[in-house]
Design a protein around this ligand. Structure first.
Ligand code: NAD
Length: 356
């Protein structure tokens, strides 16, 4: 089982080191090889995703990714910015399905900005299509308008676009994920306004007929944004396009209190995947040893489950994380009175100890 380890920038190196410590005590035949990515790769090789890093990722069963980015790269040309590395990996590896669970751990129920009764026991899964939609549709660009409200003025435009096969494959992923959970899928779109969304909805209905054990409902994206803060537990599996998913998955992640707790997985049709915390490189706390490594450790658990077929090991890690929370150990982002504040390394050590 070959894993490409790409720690990246900022807190990426600190949190990935803890996840590796955890993987190493599992006694599995894991072959891990590290490479530079993001700003670190730009500094060393002049490109955020060097050929050698891409090759390592493509040749591996899974990629364990930290985070990339720093404000100091904001002035670089867009293709050289650290964040382009993620887009390059997604595109080259064909990672079209993004899984973002939002789970509220009982011990952290007070960390949420919502009332405890609204989120206690929350366990939802957002599945976002990752390679289509307005982020990639052509044509896009800037020009001088020849019509519209302001002819002669500069305008910019993007194209929202989905093809039937793109929607079909993410629909299958969502229905199959729901079969392993509570057998409900909510498809989110904006079909009252957008043609793309109408096709999305039509295809979801069609594919849904192949999954008679799963109940499908549809919700407009504006309503979904409201319902996520009003009654998030009503959802189970939520499937949506790239842009709506980008926004809703961030909203859902904050329901649980800390972005430092939330893992994510991006999969292709071969089961290869890229696993990373939902958060970024947090330059504001990088190097201070206070970042929460649990999102990355839980991403490693998802990697074992989805790409390496090691369900038992995944569950062991998740149980170990529950145990350290139960013991009252907290990094600064989830600390509250009466608990014990620990560093990034201490948190990783505690998870390792809970595993052996
Ligand atoms: P961020 O997620 O890095 O940080 C947002 C806030 O959350 C910060 O206050 C940070 O300290 C805190 N935070 C994040 N992760 C934490 C953790 N594990 N433990 C404790 N606190 C944590 O988002 P941002 O500040 O908007 O972006 C910083 C950089 O990260 C930017 O360059 C951005 O482009 C990049 N980014 C990268 C990814 C990625 O690599 N997938 C995702 C999002 C943002």
């Amino acid at each position: 089982m070959k894993i490409a380890v790409l720690p990246g920038d900022g807190i990426g190196t600190e949190i990935v080191a803890e996840a590796i410590k955890v993987l190493q005590v599992l006694d599995l035949p894991l072959e891990m090889e590290s490479a530079l990515v993001g700003g670190a790769a730009y500094e060393a090789h002049g490109h955020p995703l060097p050929e050698s890093t891409l090759k390592l990722a493509m040749d591996s069963d899974a990629v364990l990714f930290g985070a990339v980015g720093d404000w100091k790269y904001d002035k670089l040309d867009r293709p050289l910015r650290p964040e382009q590395a993620i887009l390059g990996l997604r595109k080259n590896m064909g990672l079209f399905a993004n899984f973002r669970p939002a789970i509220c751990y009982a011990q952290l129920v007070d960390a949420s900005s919502l009332k405890p009764e609204l989120i206690a026991g929350l366990d939802i899964l957002i599945i976002r299509e990752l390679t289509g939609d307005i982020y990639f549709g052509q044509p896009r660009g800037r020009r001088i308008a020849t019509d519209g409200h302001f002819p002669g003025a500069e305008e910019a435009f993007d194209t929202m676009r989905y093809s039937r096969p793109e929607i079909e494959r993410i629909a299958h992923v969502a229905f199959q994920a729901a079969q392993k959970r509570s057998k409900r899928v909510t498809s989110v779109d904006k079909n009252n306004v957008l043609e793309t969304s109408q096709l999305w909805k039509d295809v979801l209905v069609e594919i849904g007929q192949q999954y008679t054990d799963v109940a499908l409902d549809h919700m407009l994206v504006d309503n979904a944004a409201m319902q996520l803060v009003k009654a998030p537990k009503k959802f189970d599996v939520l499937v949506t396009g790239n842009m709506f998913g980008d926004i809703l998955s961030d909203e859902a992640s904050m329901l649980t209190g800390s972005i430092g707790m939330l893992p994510s997985a991006s999969l292709n049709s071969k089961g290869q995947g890229l696993y990373e915390p939902s958060h970024g490189s947090a330059p504001d706390i990088a190097g201070k040893g206070i970042a929460n490594p649990l999102a990355t450790i839980l991403s490693a658990a998802m990697m074992l489950r989805f790409s390496l077929n090691q369900e038992a090991a995944a569950q062991r890690i998740e149980a170990a994380v529950q145990k350290v929370l139960q013991q009252g150990l907290r990094t600064a982002d989830i600390y509250s009175e009466g608990t014990t504040k620990v560093s990034t390394v201490e948190m990783g050590d505690a998870v390792v100890k809970a595993l052996i």
